[in-house]
Design a protein around this ligand. Structure first.
Ligand code: PLP
Length: 422
């Protein structure tokens, strides 16, 4: 077993004699077999192998193995976007009539997914404040609750979830904890080590890091007991797969196997081989980039905190952050490159500051190697009501500053000159 920064480069793909040294893009929808019987065994899930790229592809497979190794899971499945990963992670185990407990501070897209689309699918939800007490969290569960969904480090309010507390409550109620680990990445936090059962990512963010592909991934820890009576989809025969019983046939990999053979088969939200190749290039430098993102972000946060034009700064790596202690516990080597802050003068001052930046660009993106900036209340989260924005910890003045890996002096000088225009 190599260390995590070595796994960023080597895990998942082991070329044999004469094979390409770099992970190849297998741009083929289909695969040939010598006999109908050999192919029939694949369809029956009696044998392993590729038969159609919607269900599996060698390029995707290698990247899935790499991400599973980085998170410490038994298996992973790439998806076409982070949104698809969030949706599939929940509907793999939640059906009409079920209920989800979720943190109210999660990414706006995931909030809407749970609050609107999953509700329309008949799946109800209760949102809890990210900093809720254990009693408040316990009170959110119902007899039909099937999972808890949260983010390690929430986008954009940067609250740190008490993963052990969330996992304890989920397990006491017989359900898994699903954690979106997009912001810290497995370099800074591996939620399985704190009791999470399933991890998701928008790989569009740091994992890629270069803003060249939209993608997602679901990782299975293999630790949750799906035979506890609450999840018949793992213990009763699946008629659409010749009566296989997932928990019996796939053991620790039951959840991730069902996500692929059932949901990917029927919903088809797979990643493309080209995108998996690009994602893999990003993963190769993930450890190096995260180190630099975190060092630069801390310097930016410290600089902003001392500037008299700045009303407030939120960065969990700052000792002044209410989440500093939790960040030290769950992410002792650094959190992420995103800093949120407000400028005196509110929304108007925020707009002037953003429009005055020269190197940092205004984009609907975050966690990129280029410094970028966004005003969530008027963009990614504009569909939320004032009440929902408040619950998500997003004020009208909040600027989400995604610190890149450029030279820190250039980043600070850009901020400094933009602040003179406020
Ligand atoms: N999760 C988090 C934390 C995100 O920030 C995002 C997107 O910003 C998503 C999920 C959705 O990912 P995607 O845009 O790849 O669909």
């Amino acid at each position: 077993m190599y260390r995590i920064d070595t796994n960023c480069i080597h895990a998942g793909y082991e070329p044999g004699n004469g094979d390409p040294r770099v992970l190849p893009i297998v741009q083929s929808t289909t695969y040939t077999y010598d006999s109908s019987e050999a192919m029939g065994d694949l369809f029956d899930l009696k044998a392993n192998g590729f038969f159609y790229t919607r269900l599996g592809n060698p390029t995707l497979d290698a990247v899935e193995r790499k991400i599973a190794a980085l998170e410490g899971g038994v298996g992973a499945m790439l998806t076409s976007s982070g949104q698809a990963a969030s949706l599939l992670s929940m509907i793999n185990i939640c059906h009409a009539g079920d209920h989800v407990v979720a943190s109210s501070a999660i990414y706006g897209g995931t909030f809407n997914l749970i609050y609107k689309t999953m509700k329309e699918m008949g799946i109800d939800s209760t949102f809890v404040a990210p900093g809720c007490s254990e009693e408040e969290l316990a009170a959110a569960f119902q007899p039909n609750t099937k999972c808890v969904f949260t983010e390690t480090l929430t986008n954009p309010s940067l609250t740190v979830t008490d993963l052990e507390m969330f996992a304890r409550q989920a397990h006491e109620h017989g359900v898994p904890l699903i954690v979106d680990n997009t912001f810290p990445t497995p370099i800074n936090c591996r939620p399985f080590e704190f009791g999470a059962d399933i991890v998701t990512h928008s790989t569009t963010k740091y994992m890629d890091g270069h803003a060249v592909q939209v993608g997602g991934v679901i990782v299975d820890s293999g630790n949750f007991d799906w035979t506890n009576g609450k999840f018949p989809m793992f213990t009763e025969p699946d008629e659409s797969y010749h009566g296989i019983v997932y928990a019996q046939q796939f053991g620790k990999a039951a959840y991730i196997t069902k996500a692929r053979t059932h949901l990917m088969r029927d919903l088809g939200t797979q990643a493309s081989p080209q995108n998996a190749f690009l994602l893999n290039l990003g993963l190769e430098t993930l450890a190096l980039r995260m180190e630099r993102h975190c060092a630069n972000a801390l310097a930016v946060a410290e600089y902003l905190e001392k500037n008299e034009k700045v009303a407030w700064v939120n960065y969990p790596g700052l000792p002044s952050s209410p989440y500093y202690a939790l960040a030290q516990k769950y992410m002792p080597n650094g959190t992420c490159g995103v800093v949120s802050f407000g400028i005196k003068g509110g929304r108007e001052a925020a707009t002037r500051f953003m429009d005055s930046l020269k190197m940092a660009s205004i984009v609907t993106h975050v966690a990129d190697l280029r410094t970028c900036v966004l005003h969530p209340a008027s963009t990614t989260h504009r569909q939320l009501t004032d009440e929902q924005l408040k619950e998500a910890g997003i004020g009208g003045d909040l600027i989400r500053f995604s610190v890149g890996i450029e030279n820190i002096q250039d980043i600070l000088e850009d901020i400094q000159q933009a602040l003179t225009n406020v």
